[in-house]
Write a protein that binds this ligand. Sequence first.
Ligand code: GDD
Ligand code: MG
Length: 267
Amino acid sequence: MSITNSVIVPAYHEKLNIKPLTTRLFAALGNEGSKTTELIFVDDNSQDGSVEEVESLKKQGYNVRIIVRTDERGLSSAVLKGFREAEGEYLICMDADLQHPPESVPKLLDSLRNHAFVIGTRYAPGVGIDKDWPLYRRVISSTARMMARPLTSASDPMSGFFGLQKSYLDRADPRSINSQGFKIALELLAKLPLPANANAALGEVPFSFGVRTEGESKLSGKVIVQYLQQLKELYCFKYGANNLVLFLLFWSILVLYCVYQIYSLLF
Ligand SMILES: Nc1nc2c(ncn2[C@@H]2O[C@H](COP(=O)(O)OP(=O)(O)O[C@H]3O[C@H](CO)[C@@H](O)[C@H](O)[C@@H]3O)[C@@H](O)[C@H]2O)c(=O)[nH]1
Ligand SMILES: [Mg+2]
């Protein structure tokens, strides 16, 4: 049977999460789904035993492999590398740390049959974010989400749990895609030539966002700065570089909003 689905997982120092993610994913896909799905970890030379872990799972019969990059680092570029190497027409991206439940992957794959792009959203009735996710991360995430509002109609463009039909990626000029930072879903939502019909373009699959139990988050100040640079570029892409007044106005509102959020949290 040929591979139709590729699940891409950017991974850096995630050895302890590789086995549970792989076994839970293929269990969720079932016998039939497992035959048509490959799992690809894209690791940036962690040298923590991730390679050996994947090799061992491969020997057990799982269709899993690991790409080790030694010349580049970063979440978004790792995802793009995995997408390029993928065999399947239906691509899924998810984190290694189990904050994205592998059991939701079949739902994303189903939705991808009818939509060019599918986002796993934490903002829908009946789902949410684990209560143990730190407050400062909630503030960063909701502020970042608000800043992306003018760029996409997706309810959760900050999500790293998403899928797309490869043909849409193939139609885009690779040089036009910003591969810096963490927010590759937003980048692709804004830049890919998705169908004009909103229903055909975007599907949303609610999921509950868990907390990491093994390893550490790689979010850093540098990633936040990269996000701000990415936003600036996306605003110029969408609204034109000359639209400076609009841009400055938006940023002023944003700064006021952030101050208000921090103030209401503290007092
Ligand atoms: N290859 C590679 N993978 C990386 C790198 N940095 C991070 N990753 C991998 O990318 C995934 C997400 O990284 P985390 O460090 O767990 O990110 P987070 O702070 O929990 O952020 C998550 O939440 C955001 C939503 O609030 C998501 O946008 C983001 O994608 C991620 O899911 C993990 O599998 C991690 O190993 C890197 O430089 N290289
Ligand atoms: Mg995480």
